[in-house]
Ligand binder design. Structure first.
Ligand code: IMP
Length: 389
């Protein structure tokens, strides 16, 4: 796996490289890339800055990027300099300028009141939708005079709790073991271990749009399709889930064989939003768990997650791109009626529970107009496949 560090700060790069030393991850920095984007830190939170840096670099390089934004929060100064730590003594201030300013502001503050926290927020982004954020903190105090030559920034005046040495008096390894950045990096490592190697496409569309037909077309081209709706159906057949569903909806949802009748369940939940929410609260987390399991086990480079409720359930956070299959309303209705699976009342209920098609299209990275011939649809699928694979 390759990981680009979204920073030009060589001190941070050194620490991150040390922490990742023995991992099967190839770290790339601005020095390895002939072109590297400009990184601007103008947000008012560490998270905002880290996010924009990670996204910018990931989009620019088309690789996974890791950004770090760090602040020192001094209690006696009401949490300052915080997000402004690098510019504390003004734009372009050196580490020394910042240290001097901080020491001078704390001149009259006794040692026991000089508590401070380093806070490091890291964001990992693939430039598409996949993104995670973590935080690491380290508490300590600001001493009166600089001590030590290692580290950088405020290290010479920061003494971590439980130590009588400053960060600048610790080795890189020692600092990483207890520091804000070291702790954040531990969390990043765990995330990267599980970071899917494949591209994930969320395929969705309202009832009758032909989402399943499109899923099969992707399958024909070599993608693996994970059918979230099918996972939901299989879950309903499990004894423990059946018990929970019956517990909420009573035995009236069972068929003659004592199994859950999806039709009966549908009739209940699509008439009543609260009931639908209850059913979702049983199923959705389990479906996501199963999807993640399948992603992990898949050898495929491109996985399509076929899910009617991708956007409604917030599962779009699982995928890199969203693909919406769209059909004009009259075609949609015609197709549903032709299939004959649903009564008019059921159709109305299901459509009422789905986000409007126009809303879905607004959030889509790709839209397939599934109105004309099968060949026309297949051609659109092929074009998207070429872009994605
Ligand atoms: P930023 O994350 O690049 O905005 O960093 C903010 C400022 O905090 C830097 O300019 C450094 O002065 C300081 N800083 C960040 N990380 C550390 C650290 O690990 N030790 C000491 N100072 C740090």
């Amino acid at each position: 796996m390759e990981l680009v560090l979204a920073t030009r700060n060589e001190d941070k790069i050194r620490e991150i490289k040390e922490a990742f030393q023995n991992l099967p991850i190839r770290i790339l920095t601005f020095k390895d890339l002939p072109k590297f984007p400009l990184l601007v830190e103008d947000k008012d939170t560490l998270y905002g800055n880290a996010q924009v840096k990670a996204r910018t670099v990931a989009k620019f390089t088309q690789k996974i990027a890791l950004a770090d934004d760090t602040g020192l929060e001094v209690e006696a100064l009401g949490g300052a300099p915080g997000v402004l730590s690098s510019r504390f003594a003004g734009k372009g201030a050196s580490y020394e300028d910042n240290n001097r300013k901080l020491l001078s502001l704390l001149k009259k503050v006794p040692l026991q009141k000089r508590r401070a926290t380093f806070r490091c927020v890291m964001v990992i982004s693939n430039g598409a939708r996949r993104e995670r954020a973590v935080e690491g903190t380290c508490q300590g105090r600001i001493i009166r005079r600089r001590r030590g030559r290692a580290g950088f920034g405020y290290d010479p005046i920061f003494e971590p709790q439980g130590y009588d040495r400053t960060f600048a008096e610790l080795s890189l390894k020692e600092k990483n073991r207890i520091s804000h950045r070291g702790k954040a990096l531990e969390k990043v490592k765990k995330i990267l271990e599980k970071w899917p190697k494949s591209r994930l496409i969320g395929l969705t569309g309202n009832i009758g749009c032909g989402k399943t037909t499109v899923a099969h077309m992707f399958e024909d081209l070599g993608a693996e399709v994970i059918d979230a709706d099918e996972i939901g159906h299989q879950l309903l057949e499990k004894e423990n889930i059946k018990k929970r569903v019956v517990g909420i909806f009573t035995e009236s949802v069972l068929n003659g064989k004592g199994n859950i009748s999806r039709k009966k369940l549908r009739n209940l939940v699509f008439k009543d939003k609260k009931k639908l929410e209850k059913l979702n609260s049983i199923l959705h987390l389990l479906i996501v768990k199963e999807i993640k399991k399948k992603i992990k086990a898949s050898p495929s480079n491109l996985i399509v997650i076929d899910a009617a409720v991708l956007l409604e359930a917030g599962w779009d956070s699982l995928v890199d791109k969203i693909l919406v299959v769209s059909t004009p309303y009259h075609t949609q209705l015609k197709r549903i009626k032709e299939k004959g699976d649903f009564s008019p009342a059921e159709i109305k209920g299901i459509m009422g529970a789905q986000l409007l098609q126009s809303e879905k299209i607004k959030r889509a990275d790709f839209v397939i107009e599934n109105e004309g011939s099968v060949d026309k649809t297949r051609e659109q699928v092929r074009k998207i496949w070429e872009k994605l694979k």
